[in-house]
Write a protein that binds this ligand. Structure first.
Ligand SMILES: C[C@H](O)[C@H](O)C1=Nc2c(nc(N)[nH]c2=O)NC1
Ligand SMILES: [Fe+3]
Length: 287
């Protein structure tokens, strides 16, 4: 389902060679990097971070999900590349999650094992100033700004831990392809129907200027979240998404985890839906 994506460095899953840039040689058996080997931040790193955040902040109003924005504000990370210790203190108090540094994309088993113990791996390196608009792999801007704010929201925090456990189970049963689709559509590119309208909570959307503008525009197709449909839906990662799925609340994601074991088996036998493909039973989100 995944190929390299030309923009803003959101990566598909299993098919991509792990980490073109990260410091994998010094990673520990669980995939994390020991504090002692972390490269210090330069003023240029902080400047890159500030401009990336400032650019996104101009388009968040009316587009970013309220729980995600509240989380971002609580993390107070606009002025400099955040430290994981500082953010972890806020997360522990809110939902018991913590952040661990990693060299980049991790093998699925390591990734799931960390999520299952409420440890979210955050890539340590940050893109170079000339890469503001485009990088191939997720960097700290995608991992931290995209994924961390919603870890302050209890239902979502519970869901992502359960996803970790489900991942370890699915890996034993060779069901990673449909499970990666669930991560892609509902963690990286998810939309939520809020009282004041449609909003984005997906990390891949909110860490990308182009995707944030596109996802909330009239261009893409938006379907009501349907777990079985998501598990059959393939995707491209080399362009903005042609289709998104809309949840009504984060508890819906956690509830879907319970259905997953049966649906994963069925999805392995079902014909995959091509990227942006239509199916008779599709429930278009009316909004
Ligand atoms: C699980 C998901 O489908 C995807 O395969 C992965 N995502 C990530 C990963 N590793 C990191 N660090 N971050 C991710 O988002 N490894 C695997
Ligand atoms: Fe991500």
């Amino acid at each position: 389902d995944g190929t390299t994506r030309p923009e803003d460095g959101i990566i598909g899953t299993a098919t991509l060679p792990l980490g073109l840039r990260g410091d994998y040689d010094r990673a520990q058996p669980d995939g994390t990097l020991p504090e002692a080997v972390l490269a210090p931040r330069s003023e240029a790193d902080h400047a890159t971070w500030r401009s990336l955040v400032a650019r996104q902040r101009t388009i968040f109003p009316g587009r970013a999900a309220s729980a995600w924005l509240e989380g971002l504000d609580r993390l107070r990370c606009d002025e400099a590349v955040p430290t994981l210790e500082g953010a972890s203190a806020i997360l522990r108090a809110a939902t018991g999650w913590q952040l661990v540094p990693c060299p980049g994309l991790l093998p699925d088993a390591q990734f799931f094992a960390l999520l299952a113990t409420r440890r979210f791996p955050v890539t340590h390196w940050i893109r170079r100033p000339e890469e503001l608009d485009y990088i191939v792999e997720p960097d700290i801007f995608h991992d931290f700004l995209g994924h961390v704010p919603l870890l302050t929201q209890p239902d979502y925090a519970e869901f992502l831990e359960a996803y970790g456990h489900l991942g370890l189970r699915a890996e034993k049963r060779g069901q990673l392809a449909p499970l990666a689709r669930f991560y892609w559509f509902m963690v990286e590119f998810g939309l939520i129907a809020e009282r004041d309208g449609l909003r984005a909570y997906g990390a891949g959307i909110l860490s990308s200027r182009t995707e944030t503008l596109h996802a909330l525009s009239d261009a893409p197709r938006r379907l009501r979240f349907d777990m079985a449909r998501v598990l059959r839906s393939t995707y491209r990662i080399d362009d903005v998404q042609p289709v998104y799925f809309v949840i009504k609340d984060y508890a819906e994601l956690f509830a879907a985890i319970d259905q997953a074991p049966a649906l994963l088996e069925a999805a392995m036998r079902a014909a995959p839906v091509p990227p942006g493909g239509h199916e008779a039973g599709d429930e278009v989100w009316q909004g």
